[in-house]
Design a protein around this ligand. Structure first.
Ligand SMILES: Cc1ncc(COP(=O)(O)O)c(C=O)c1O
Length: 382
């Protein structure tokens, strides 16, 4: 297909997924094979060994690259494996700037895995140009961006910080997991690299773990392709199939996630047991104008502090019936969690530690009234 002609929803269903040439199968098959027959040495149909390339993975990579407006895309076994590949691009003794409310796993990877191997890092509030400037060093090669951030739903002006990095000879990578390419396209805003945990909205059904990297620069693409094969943290064909299937409904799911989150936020804003609601769609959110400019909708993630502090927050997260107490996010079912003791435990005691009164919601696509009633009942009870 000539992808430039088609809209997002069409590409989500068809890009990289022409009917199977040998059988006509409309759905890309799960090519559950590790190796491929060669007619003579080196003569094959583009596939030699499934760590290097597999047709189900190729379909997923082409589809997601198309959705991100990228020329190349690479699927990984998890979001962390995708992040690992991006950090391995850096030359020895590089410095990286990471956001002060980065996903805990990103902070752990940078500080505990790459740090001991020589990577330097500084933490900055990317919503504040002075903080970014102060964190910058002559050796800074990479600016790591999340927007909206996990778990505080901060909004970073991607075009502005990507320009800042570019002017100083560094690359800008955006973790687009929370927004998805349906709501936000970082490469079009000037970023160099996009990473995803496809475990979340792209898969969308809490049944697969995966990651993805999208780039436009051919040299960076060649380097990531090399690392993907050399390190080997690749997803199996069934996992690629599950993400491909999830992505077909991404647009309709995201519209409903956004609408349901707005309904939940409206209730939380009025509830006396709730202190401070964080949602980029709220006009009072400090990043609201930026989010409105760079996003198509405000997403399905909501965070808030509970007036009664940590004990009340812990009681709340175990009292909802529809919102399941669980880590992760971005799937059809609604989840609730306590970041300080769950997803962000790895940053406890660091500059990135989160308020123990904070609760994070991943608002699913159930009936909005049911979700609002479930949360209201649980809040009334604490
Ligand atoms: C924003 C963000 N980035 C990256 C990751 C890591 O992804 P994975 O769990 O697929 O390794 C997560 C996981 O929660 C995340 O929330």
């Amino acid at each position: 297909m000539n992808e430039g002609e088609f809209g997002f929803e069409t590409r989500a269903i068809h890009a990289g997924q022409a009917p199977d040439a040998s059988t006509g199968a409309v759905v890309t098959p799960i090519y559950q094979t590790s190796t491929y027959a060669q007619a003579e040495v080196g003569v094959h149909q583009g596939y030699e060994y499934s760590r290097t390339a597999n047709p189900t993975r190729t379909a997923l990579e082409r589809c997601l690259a198309s959705l991100e407006g990228a020329s190349s895309g690479f699927a990984f076994a998890s979001g962390m494996a995708a992040e690992d590949a991006v950090l391995r691009l850096l030359p020895k003794d590089s410095h990286v700037v990471i956001p002060d409310d980065a996903y805990g796993g990103t902070y752990r990877l940078v500080s505990k895995v790459f740090g001991p191997a020589g990577l330097q890092y500084s933490v900055a509030d990317l919503t504040d140009p002075a903080s970014l400037q102060a964190a910058w060093r002559p050796s800074t090669r990479l600016l790591w961006v999340e927007s909206p951030t996990n778990p505080l739903l901060g909004v970073v002006d991607i075009a502005a910080v990507a320009r800042f990095a570019r002017e100083r000879g560094a690359r800008c990578v955006v973790d687009n997991t929370f927004a998805t390419p349906y709501l936000q396209q970082p490469l079009a805003l000037g970023a160099d690299i996009v990473v995803h945990s496809t475990t979340k909205y792209l898969g969308g059904h809490s049944d697969v773990v995966g990651g993805f990297v999208a780039v436009n620069d051919v040299d960076v693409a060649a380097h990531i392709a090399y690392l993907q094969n050399a390190v080997g943290a690749v997803p199996g064909p069934l996992d690629c199939f599950l993400v491909l299937r999830g992505v077909k409904t991404l647009a309709v799911r995201m519209d409903r996630h956004c609408a349901n989150a707005a309904a939940v936020v409206a209730m939380l804003e009025r509830h006396p047991a709730v202190d401070n609601v964080r949602y980029p769609g709220l006009p009072t959110h400090p990043g609201h104008e930026t989010a409105d400019r760079q996003m198509r909708g405000f997403g399905g993630m909501v965070a808030f502090t509970v007036a009664g502090g940590e004990d009340a927050a812990l009681e709340l997260v175990s009292s909802t019936k529809l919102f399941t107490l669980a880590e992760s996010l971005g799937a059809v079912e609604s989840l609730i969690e306590h970041p300080a003791r769950m997803t962000h435990l790895s940053v406890a005691g660091s500059a990135l530690a989160v308020d123990p009164a904070l609760v994070r919601l991943s608002v699913g696509i159930e009936t909005a009234d049911d979700l609002v009633d479930d949360l209201r009942r649980a809040l009334d009870g604490i």
